[in-house]
Design a protein around this ligand. Structure first.
Ligand code: SAM
Length: 213
């Protein structure tokens, strides 16, 4: 399956190779063409890998997004290029400083120096009824983070999470770790699709899910 692309994401040629691209200020040394499209590097971005592997989160180009684990903005910069209001939560001060720079040219990107395990600390800033919760926190308790932040999603919103097995448990087989994470996620979500991202990111599982009442 190939993702149905919203207006702000295109397939463009860079150095003779077709890649996904969004339009905006470059952030991490990615190539940019004369029309302002910049390559979305699937090797640097789990969400980029999700698209490259043909998963379709269903973005429509106007989506409101809460992004958890924004780091210095590699992926969330692409999201803000094609989406509507994009809230970007990161709890480490140093990457958040870079993230503030990324937001300079993106008025719809709102960096928040917050802990994603404590959504009540940003519930006064982040609107409810969001279209997407995108998560890449690479920390223990990834399912718990997704469940705690479900409150921000619209009933027909979606979770798109990259789950890193080694962040949960370095010794256990990743398949067993993913099974446990999916079991916990089912306490609040219906799983729509999963896909291993190993071609681009070792021992990562992408999960698309819908909130359940
Ligand atoms: N999503 C980023 C990208 O593609 O550009 C990379 C994210 S990196 C794999 C994981 C990030 O999650 C780190 O920057 C880490 O500081 C952040 N993180 C981990 N636990 C967190 C938490 N509880 N709250 C907020 N950020 C967290």
């Amino acid at each position: 399956m190939t993702a149905d692309l919203p207006p702000g994401i295109e397939r463009r040629r860079f150095d003779g190779r077709e890649r996904f691209a969004t339009r905006g200020e470059p952030v991490y040394g990615e190539p940019q063409d004369d029309a302002g499209w910049r390559a979305w590097d699937a090797g640097r971005s789990k969400l980029g890998a999700v698209l490259e592997l043909g998963m379709d989160p269903g973005f429509d180009g106007e989506d409101s997004v809460l992004y958890l684990g924004a780091a210095s903005g590699t992926t969330v910069s692409h999201v803000a290029d094609f989406a509507g209001p994009t809230y970007a939560v990161e709890f480490a001060p140093r990457p958040t400083r870079d993230l503030l720079g990324v937001a300079d040219s993106r008025p719809n990107l709102f960096p928040l120096l917050k802990d994603a395990r404590a959504p009540e600390t940003y519930a006064h800033v982040v609107e409810a009824g969001l279209d997407y919760l995108v998560q890449d926190v690479a920390t223990r308790g990834q399912a718990t983070v997704a469940l705690r932040n479900r409150r921000f999603l619209a009933p027909d919103g979606r979770l798109v999470a990259a789950v890193k097995a080694r962040s949960e448990d370095v010794l256990t087989d990743p398949d067993d770790v993913f099974a446990d994470v999916l079991d916990e996620l089912r306490e609040g979500y219906a799983i729509v699709e999963t896909r291993r991202l190993d071609r681009f990111h070792d021992d990562h599982l992408a999960v698309v899910a819908e909130p359940q009442a």
